[in-house]
Design a protein around this ligand. Structure first.
Ligand code: AMP
Length: 171
């Protein structure tokens, strides 16, 4: 994990003063680190009969689609409002900086689906909690949430108390 952590760049005061932004671009640029991160993300869930990976726009798409590929299953994009062309379910939430909402196509998942949710980073947990609710609105089950980075001091894990949380790097 130290090798992965060495490829996370800290950008102070981005996108606004007081935020320590954890930049994952050095990690995804490095093929060995990208492979290591994706393998570590999915490792606990091998053999758990996961049927889909859902990932949040935009950095969740990078790790989520690679996780889905490695697991041999499909990827469900949870998108920013107005991007999906078909009928959607949506969910609003608060961010560490600002507020937002996410949407999913109503036929993206169904009852019986067992979903692994993937994003780059868990901060306050608002994004992940809304994402879990979206998945559940479609009748699917959230088996676990997996993150490359978790900011422990923001206690996002508390907001996701009823879910299994797997994070690779903690700050
Ligand atoms: P939250 O809803 O507070 O858990 O925020 C998580 C989402 O916001 C993730 O999709 C992250 O990509 C992004 N995010 C929040 N805080 C940071 C941070 N300090 N560095 C990088 N990304 C962040």
């Amino acid at each position: 994990m130290e090798r992965l952590e060495a490829h996370i760049r800290n950008i102070p005061d981005f996108p606004e003063p007081g935020i320590q932004f954890k930049d994952i671009t050095p990690l995804v640029k490095d093929p060995a680190m990208l492979k290591l991160a994706v393998h570590q993300l999915i490792h606990p869930f091998l053999g758990k009969d996961i049927t889909a990976v859902a990932g949040m726009e935009a950095r969740g798409f990078i790790f989520g689609s690679l996780a889905a590929w490695e697991l041999g299953i499909g990827f469900i994009p949870l998108r920013k409002p107005g991007k999906l062309p078909y009928d959607v379910e949506s969910m609003s939430y608060d961010l560490e900086y600002g507020s937002a909402s996410l949407e999913v196509h109503i036929d993206a998942l169904e009852k019986g689906d067992k979903v692994l949710l993937v994003d780059d980073l868990l901060a306050t947990g608002g994004t992940a909690a809304a994402s879990c609710e979206l998945v559940e609105k479609l009748g699917a089950e959230v088996v676990a949430c997996a993150f490359v980075v978790e900011l422990d001091f923001l206690k996002g894990r508390d907001k996701l108390a009823k879910y299994n949380i797997h994070s690779l790097i903690h700050y």
